[in-house]
Ligand binder design. Sequence first.
Ligand SMILES: CC(C)(COP(=O)(O)OP(=O)(O)OC[C@H]1O[C@@H](n2cnc3c(N)ncnc32)[C@H](O)[C@@H]1OP(=O)(O)O)[C@@H](O)C(=O)NCCC(=O)NCCS
Length: 217
Amino acid sequence: MDPHSQSTPETRAESRSLDDIVFRKLNATDHAAFEAHLLALDPDSRRSRFGMTATDAFLEQYAARCITLNAIIHGAFLGEELIGAAEMRPVGDFIAEEAEIAFSVRQDWRNCGIGSVLFARVLRSARNRGFVRLYMSCLKHNAPMRALARKFSAEIHVEFDEAVALVEPPRQTIISLLREVFDEASAFTAIALDWQRRAILGREPRNGDVRPQKPAA
Ligand SMILES: CC(C)(COP(=O)(O)OP(=O)(O)OC[C@H]1O[C@@H](n2cnc3c(N)ncnc32)[C@H](O)[C@@H]1OP(=O)(O)O)[C@@H](O)C(=O)NCCC(=O)NCCS
């Protein structure tokens, strides 16, 4: 089966709204959510994400290693569930100028713009940390990932079964630094309001409840 057959532009999930999603970076307490997100990927998505067959055992080890290393992981949360992740890992030593990036979005939330928001955030994090080049490798036939990379002006090189996208983030500015700090603060405010609402209402949010402010994109 074509791994992307359910995420063509024609079948875009109109009913899903990014207003329901909180975007924030993951920290050590998000290990279980990250692991659950990876384990929920079907075999085709695992192959698209890792370029190989990924067993549950591999994903469990990967999640444990990843969250403690110097990777920065941006997440898209629907309530407490992680439905999208963008990983950025420096290549080489401590003062690396290059990083590798990788993306995964839960199947039923694809083609709604989550990958695009995560890509923009990764790019901004890279810019703010002085990375000058980002690499992303995917299978040659991974049309959604290639479309996503092209949106952010990636140069794409294809070799055998693999496509490598190269993105050069712009230089950091005080505005890009402040935006990153502000977005994280807004995300934690949204979470705090959500906890408070659940504590007061004693239930999950429903339509008609006042939503917490969505962090600025
Ligand atoms: C690649 C992936 C992260 C994209 O996430 P997403 O949330 O669906 O991304 P978006 O909705 O922001 O954008 C997807 C883009 O691909 C395009 N697209 C989707 N299916 C497509 C297809 N079959 N052919 C061409 N373009 C396609 C969409 O039109 C959209 O572009 P647009 O915004 O210009 O219309 C997601 O498909 C995924 O998790 N795939 C499995 C893991 C993977 O392949 N990772 C990449 C290797 S690291």
